[in-house]
Design a protein around this ligand. Structure first.
Ligand code: ARG
Length: 457
């Protein structure tokens, strides 16, 4: 055996190719703080249970502090031949403090240890992502307040449909990100269960106290089944899924910014600081940031698929395959964090082009539904009203006009009951302000929604 911590039963040195293939410390070193926090709690429990002495515990805690400081200062030398972060730290501890360090792994396996580290890590990341989501919500609400009076075309099938308040559109994203925060909070509840003490797979015969460790590490719950505990990566997949949905929401928002900045829409202007130019076309101002946010959804969704596929054929309990859960998650965290931060900055700097929005609203017969609803109020059955307005729209479009531009005489040709008061509902403002059903775009409803959103953030 060589220096391997598990070298006892081996007659041959590990092949270099195998060391390179199985090594994970170049990425799982990201878990060093969590690994050390877990070891501190484990050592304190071992001492309390009389499995190590108080002096040994003191040495372990001191050694772990030093190692943590070295890693933070970039002085720690990670050794790939020690495979992963867990054994790098444990070995460094033993080298530093001697036999006491060799007692740290009592009643513990890397199988429950790595599960613990990942839960501690993801618990933090849930909180951090929640903060980034809140920041993005704040910039959406600020903009919704700023553009509260501005109306824009609302779309279905990407065809002009009905006028809506810009604020209503922005608050639609507020709601999506609110649900994303709820999903993270829900996922965090299942992350927040202590796995340590499951040991390799079957628990341990040594007199450990899992509840005490849970208390030290602030876990409200201890896992129930040791086999399930070391095999469980549900919490990883739930996190990846919540993160993928966040990125998909960001991608939809980004897609709208890309559309809206095009000359064909010209609804918004992005700050120069958030755009890039072309190496050949001097006139270009490209929306690369939203494009990249949209594009990065590919990798985040891919990571979720990778994790689901990773798990699907695994028998109980721990399998080394599970080491493959780290990189997809680290990249997910990095990608979603950066995208959220950029989206918040981008939304804060967004300017709507009111004259372009107003011009767009003059075309597309967007108040046709309002005309049908007007007829309904005059006792015309809705299906008949729909057909009548359809004929009026066809007539207006034939002449290159909007249905709101027809005269009373012209409108009366389609339905005798139409009177002068029709023009109040045919205007864009009249249309928006009438839509005061719960959750609608009516000014009164949007004011309530804005006040509600502002109270939540
Ligand atoms: N590096 C491993 C992982 O990430 C730690 C657990 C290894 N356990 C084992 N029995 N080889 O999954």
């Amino acid at each position: 055996g060589d220096m391997k911590m598990w070298g006892g039963r081996f007659a041959e040195k590990t092949a270099a190719s195998v060391e390179a293939f199985t090594c994970s410390v170049h990425f799982d070193c990201r878990l060093y703080r969590h690994d050390i926090a877990g070891s501190r709690a484990h050592a304190r429990m071992l001492a309390r249970q009389g499995l190590i002495s108080d002096e040994e515990c003191r040495l372990i805690l001191g050694g772990l502090d030093e190692i943590e400081g070295e890693i933070e200062r970039g002085e720690f030398v990670f050794r790939p031949e020690l495979e992963d972060i867990h054994m790098n730290i444990e070995k460094a501890l033993a080298e530093r403090i001697g036999p006491a360090g060799e007692k740290l792994h009592t009643a513990r396996s890397r199988n429950d240890q790595v599960n613990l580290d990942f839960r501690l890590y993801l618990r933090e990341e849930c909180d951090r992502l929640d903060g980034l989501l809140a920041e993005l919500q704040r910039s959406l609400v600020t903009q919704a307040r700023r553009w509260r009076q501005t109306v824009m075309p609302g779309y279905t099938h990407l065809q002009r449909a009905q006028p809506v308040l810009v604020a209503h559109h922005l608050l639609a994203y507020f709601e999506m990100f609110k649900r994303d925060r709820q999903r993270l909070a829900d996922c965090r509840r299942r992350i927040n269960v202590l796995p340590l003490g499951a040991a390799a797979l079957a628990g341990t015969g040594l007199p450990i106290d899992r509840e005490y460790v849970a208390e030290l590490l602030d876990f409200p719950q201890v896992s129930a089944n040791s086999l399930d505990t070391v095999a469980d990566r549900d919490f990883v997949i739930e996190f990846a899924s919540a993160a993928a949905l966040i990125q998909v929401h960001l991608s939809r928002l980004a897609e709208e910014l890309v559309l809206w900045t095009s000359e064909e829409f010209a609804f918004v202007e992005l700050p120069d600081a958030f755009c890039t130019g072309s190496s050949i076309m001097p006139q270009k101002k490209n929306p690369d940031v939203p494009e990249l946010i949209r594009g990065k959804s590919g990798r985040v969704v891919g990571h979720l698929m990778a994790l689901l596929t990773l798990l699907k054929g695994l028998p109980l309990a721990y399998n080394r395959d599970l080491q493959e859960d780290k990189e997809p998650i680290f990249d997910t965290v990095d990608t979603v964090s950066a995208s959220l931060a950029l989206a918040a900055e981008l939304m804060a700097g967004l300017n709507f082009r009111e004259e372009k929005l107003a011009a767009a609203l003059r075309r597309g017969c967007m108040t046709a539904t309002d005309l049908a609803d007007y007829l309904v109020r005059k006792q015309v059955p809705f299906r008949q009203a729909h057909a009548i307005v359809g004929r009026a729209v066809a007539y207006a479009l034939e002449q290159g006009r909007d249905v709101a531009e027809l005269s009373l005489v012209e409108l009366k040709r389609f339905a005798e009951c139409i009177e002068e008061d029709v023009f109040a509902v045919l205007s864009v403002e009249g249309s928006v302000n009438s839509r005061n059903s719960l959750g609608g775009t009516g000014g009164a409803r949007v004011d309530e929604a804005l006040a509600q959103a502002e109270s939540e953030i």
